[in-house]
Write a protein that binds this ligand. Structure first.
Ligand code: ADP
Length: 229
């Protein structure tokens, strides 16, 4: 099995590409969904967040108000580090569990949909390919304003708060150009899908896994032989 990172900038079209890949049957792990799961009501992360951030970050139904939490950490780097130290290990553990399940089921690759892939950099060393969904700055701005009903200034602020999309493009092994039509992007998604399906890179991890299992069996047999001789 090999891992593929999928990322982009706000409103560059990552979710659109991710949905198209899912429709084609690709296994996709969405880091945002995992992040929501780890802070579910009464989970270990939930309790720690409550302990450090207080009840002000709760919704009326007792769940974490992720939007409020996002606002708090946006302007406070120390609190952001604290929240990350609570959630990131649990997010990575859950993602690893899901990857392992796909591996056991015999999938050849898994796509990790991670908005801040290059900002946190924790996962990049495990990835065989990185895909950035790119669109030009004017298109990104107008799509963001339209999707989230934001003013020109608000949208610009959100874009400026992220690593520049051009920089992410430079770090990726594969760029998905999404400034044009949806059909054009879909054609690129189909090409990427074919490339992943045809790739033999999954054999490396399978060979290592088979060698590890064979090694363990050998060790076990040697121990048994020693014990009965
Ligand atoms: P992200 O997940 O990167 O934030 P989205 O996939 O939600 O971005 O796309 C942002 C907005 O732009 C959405 O409203 C989406 O429907 C729209 N969009 C995405 N790609 C295209 C495209 N090629 N043409 C027109 N609109 C698009």
């Amino acid at each position: 099995m090999f891992l593929v990172g999928l990322t982009g900038g706000i409103a560059s079209g990552k979710s659109t590409v991710s949905s198209q890949l899912k429709e084609l049957g690709c296994p996709v792990i969405d880091a945002d969904v995992v992040a929501q799961k780890v802070v579910e009501f009464q989970s270990p992360a939930y309790k720690l967040i409550l302990q450090h951030f207080g009840r002000e970050v709760l919704l009326e139904n007792g769940e974490i108000d992720r939007k409020k939490l996002g606002q708090i950490i946006f302007s406070n780097p120390e609190k952001r580090r604290l929240l990350n130290s609570i959630t990131h290990p649990l997010i990575h553990k859950e993602m690893f569990r899901q990857i392992l399940l796909y591996f056991i089921k015999g999938y050849r690759y898994v796509i990790l949909d991670v908005p801040l892939l290059f900002e946190t950099r924790r996962l990049t060393r495990f990835l065989t390919h990185t895909v950035v969904v790119y669109c030009d700055p004017a298109t990104q701005l107008s799509r963001l304003m339209q999707r989230d009903a934001l003013s020109h200034e608000e949208a610009q602020q959100r874009i400026a708060a992220q690593m520049p999309l051009k920089e992410k493009r430079g770090l990726a092994s594969h760029v998905m150009e999404n400034s044009g039509s949806r059909e054009d992007t879909h054609r690129q998604v189909l090409r990427l899908h074919t490339k992943l399906e045809d790739s033999m890179e999954f054999l490396v991890v399978r060979a290592v896994a088979v060698a590890a299992v064979a090694g363990l069996c050998g060790l076990f047999l040697c121990t048994v032989k020693l014990l009965i001789s």
